[in-house]
Write a protein that binds this ligand. Structure first.
Ligand code: NAD
Length: 262
């Protein structure tokens, strides 16, 4: 049984969806966890307290906006000061905007690039020295199938996720032999609030029921016909933190129901 006792994990964007699934899995493996993300303050406090109680680990929350470099520095600073170190950094926070290139508002481009790409750089930039000093660290970047293949109407998202794969490979080379690894996870469709918005938009635009919109979304891309779950991605993150994965670095691990095999 994998144990991450004595390790501190920072998971960005962990108040819902994939980030929450990863935070839960890391806590389940014994790590102390620092949550981050937006949401109702009361609901976040309940989440923080229930994770701590369920798994008997320390759980903190720091309200940093990942589009703001100074707040990313504060997040890493908070975890280091309050928890002692940052041993695992999961760069997960992300947003999406859907529009054809010529209609894609430049401020939406800036926002998607800031949160989905630049924040990955800033987080690693601030956390890496501490990991190298300890001779152990795990950086896990949540990219996407769109870090490998394109999609219409998602120009900033596709650019950001390809960039995340590039950051992952570069950091893997720069940290090789230091005890720090850096890998990307590339999920296909996962049923989270981010994807629910696309399902709702599809159902509304075609005038079809939600269940049919879900089937259309999956059928078009994901041969398994099923959504990947946040828990499955959490277990993959735990594996990447294990000794078995010590030599795995610079990898892009797809969990996409066969999407990119086509
Ligand atoms: P989600 O909307 O459920 O969760 C996103 C999280 O990021 C939330 O906690 C939100 O509060 C947080 N967040 C958003 N903007 C932020 C900001 N500026 N500062 C701090 N936190 C912020 O989305 P999700 O589907 O769980 O997506 C998580 C990651 O997984 C994203 O990077 C996304 O691109 C990636 N991904 C998702 C899917 C999918 O199908 N859902 C597929 C591939 C990749």
């Amino acid at each position: 049984m994998m144990t991450l006792k004595q390790k501190v994990a920072v998971v960005t964007g962990s108040t819902s969806g994939i980030g929450l699934g990863i935070a839960r899995a890391l806590a389940g493996a014994g790590a102390d966890v620092v949550l981050n993300g937006f949401g109702d303050a009361r609901a976040i406090e309940d989440l923080r307290a229930s994770l701590a109680k369920d798994f008997g680990v320390r759980v903190g929350f720091h309200n940093a906006d990942m589009s703001k470099p100074a707040e990313i520095a504060d997040l890493i600073g908070y975890a280091t000061k309050e928890f002692g170190s940052v041993d695992v950094l999961v760069n997960n926070a992300g947003i999406q905007h859907v529009a054809p290139v010529e209609e894609f508002a430049p401020e939406r481009w800036d926002a998607v690039i800031a949160i989905n790409l630049s924040a990955v750089f800033h987080g690693i930039h601030h956390a890496l020295a501490g990991m190298k000093q300890k001779g152990w660290g795990r950086i896990i970047n949540i990219a996407s199938v769109h870090g490998q293949v394109a999609s219409v109407n998602k120009v900033a998202y596709v650019a950001a996720k390809h960039g995340v794969v590039g950051i992952t490979k570069t950091v893997a080379l720069e940290t090789a032999g230091t005890g720090v690894t850096c890998n990307a996870i590339c999920p296909g469709w996962v049923l989270t609030p981010l994807v629910q918005k696309q399902i709702d938009a599809l159902a509304a635009s075609k005038g079809i029921p939600e269940v049919q919109a879900k089937a259309e979304l999956l059928g078009a891309k994901q041969p398994s016909g099923e959504f990947v779950t946040p828990d499955q991605l959490g277990q993959l993150a735990v594996f990447l933190c294990s000794d078995a994965a010590a030599q795995m670095t610079g990898a892009n691990l797809t969990m996409d129901g066969g999407w990119t095999a086509q």
